[in-house]
Ligand binder design. Structure first.
Ligand SMILES: [Zn+2]
Length: 135
């Protein structure tokens, strides 16, 4: 899949380390791991601002689309248009929609159709894939 930003695994590891990203961030973003529920630093995080890709800094979500889904991961009802690519994920014996950063391909989480109105979407994200920036 062609992403605008292409780097080697070693380059991503160095970038994430330099940013002080969480230890799991590399496995989550580059190898589609999932952080354990209720462990992520943004799960219950509140505040105005925006959430960006931990790898390439692309803006993914406005903080006012974040809601508490009680699922153990930070959840959003709407992504910044064009910021996220969707991939059908058939692992675990079910079809889910994986979400990746449209710019660098970082694994973010999955999107489900049981979110609140008006979008009806629930972007279930890994905290480790995100970087919060206050306004
Ligand atoms: Zn990215």
């Amino acid at each position: 899949m062609p992403f605008t930003i292409q780097k080697t695994d070693a380059e991503w590891q160095a970038i994430l380390q330099a940013k002080g990203a969480e230890a799991v961030a590399y496995q989550v973003t580059r190898h589609a791991a999932t952080e354990r529920p209720f462990t992520g630093k943004y799960e219950a995080h509140r505040g105005d601002g925006s959430y960006h890709c931990i790898c390439c800094d692309a803006k993914l979500f406005d903080a006012d689309t974040k809601f508490n889904a009680h699922c153990g991961w930070p959840s959003f009802s709407q992504a910044v248009p064009g910021s996220i690519s969707e991939i059908t994920d058939r692992s675990l014996g079910m079809a889910r929609v994986e979400t990746v950063c449209a710019q660098c391909g970082a694994h973010l989480g999955h999107v489900f159709d049981d979110g609140p109105a008006p979008t009806g979407l629930r972007y279930c994200m890994n905290s480790a894939s995100l970087n919060y920036t206050p306004t």
